[in-house]
Design a protein around this ligand. Structure first.
Ligand code: PLP
Length: 370
């Protein structure tokens, strides 16, 4: 057991040694400082309760006894197969420790004292936080009335700044919305000079709307576009830490110096086994869509309003500050998402197992009507 003092000490140590977004910083966000019920339901961090597929677990188990070696000679084949799975070449990808490492590398490579990060609010915080931490400017633009990115505002800000890095999470975390493909196309054709577009597609595999189009199309066309993908979400491998950036080779070589290391052979084997199974993503996507539909029908029937979700999480309007609401949910055994200002009344809830969602449906009305 980690005492509160020891935990604080560790946080201090982390701040001294490992930058603003270490595992300690993430753990602090997730920390609930009261006695947790034994059967706590964790629908707070957009994780996939299914975990890695069985073939990945077998592949990892097989390689574990050989993990005393670096296995660097296998990574050529790994890059080849991973790139081919998205119709890319090995020179067009950069693998990292989760997509976090690729996002950081993009921020380091494509922002500067004169080139800001331009993004929407609210969105996934890591890229803006790491930009600010290195003393560079972040420009935030509001969402449209549909909670999607206002691409015209993003482009106008990049133009005004004389260039920068536009970060667009699509589907967006936390709103679970998709910015329509025509808007993405417009943005790419109107990118101002000295501007790179960074698309974070961590949740793309969950989206059902025909408006969702991967920006990998533009990578293949050689545009000034970087796309990040992760194995943490639909693949259920958040704890294994694998992701990658895709971009034309000139952009990849600018990002590569900012990557810290290679991923473990255990993780690489798990990824290879997962991408070899072409049914995995469609099967998981269909299962998620069913659970998500059931949750939405229940919310609708009971008069709760929410933003129509396209990812493995949903934003529900709870009509009051989510900090207190989230704490009350946690005390009753359901951990929900962190606050996402300026949407202070919107609670982010991850889609979990059917059992998780049953518990959510039991606890949520008790807190909502308290
Ligand atoms: C939008 C988005 N991008 C990236 C990440 C980082 O995840 P990972 O480093 O596990 O790929 C997350 C994590 O939740 C996320 O929500």
């Amino acid at each position: 057991m980690l005492t509160r003092r020891a935990f604080a000490g560790r946080l201090g140590m982390a701040a001294a040694f490992s930058g603003p977004l270490s595992e300690f910083a993430y753990a602090q966000r997730a920390a609930l400082n009261f006695k947790l019920p034994k059967d706590m339901v964790w629908i707070n961090a957009n994780e996939n309760p299914a975990g890695p597929p069985p073939q990945s677990i077998r592949a990892m188990t097989e390689v574990l006894p050989e993990s005393g070696r670096y296995h660097y000679q296998e990574f050529g084949d790994f890059y080849q197969k991973l790139a081919a799975s998205e119709d890319l070449t090995p020179e067009q990808i950069l693998v990292g420790c989760g997509s976090t490492e690729s996002l950081h590398a993009a921020v380091e490579a494509f922002t500067s004292a004169t080139r800001p990060l331009i993004t929407i609010t609210p969105t996934y915080e890591a890229p803006p936080e790491v930009t600010r931490a290195s003393g560079k400017q972040v420009i935030l633009t509001p969402l449209t009335s549909n909670y999607t990115a206002d691409v015209r505002k993003l482009v106008a800000e990049a133009d005004k700044a004389g260039g920068g890095l536009i970060y667009l999470c699509n589907p967006n975390n936390p709103t679970s919305t998709v910015t329509p493909k025509a808007d993405i196309a417009w943005m790419i054709s109107n990118l101002p000079r000295n501007t790179i577009a960074l698309f974070d597609e961590a949740y793309i595999h969950f989206a059902e709307t025909p408006e969702m189009e991967s920006a990998l199309t533009y990578v293949r066309q050689g545009k000034d576009v970087v796309v990040t993908r992760t194995f943490s979400k639909i693949y259920g491998m958040a704890g294994l830490r694998a992701g990658y950036a895709a971009a034309k080779p000139e952009l990849i070589s600018k990002m590569a110096p900012f990557r810290n290391n290679v991923i473990s052979i255990v993780t690489a084997r798990a990824v290879l086994a997962a991408i070899a199974d072409k049914d995995l993503v469609p099967t998981r996507k269909a299962a998620y869509a069913r659970t998500r539909r059931e949750l939405c029908s229940w919310l609708k029937q009971n008069g709760y309003s929410y933003i129509d979700p396209q990812a493995n999480f949903i934003m529900i309007d709870v009509g009051r500050d989510t900090r207190q609401f989230g704490r009350e949910m946690a005390e009753k055994g359901v951990a929900v998402g962190r606050p996402f200002p300026p949407l202070d009344h919107m609670l982010r809830v991850t889609i979990g197992t059917d059992q998780d969602m049953a518990k959510f449906r039991e606890v949520f009305p008790r807190v909502y009507h308290a």
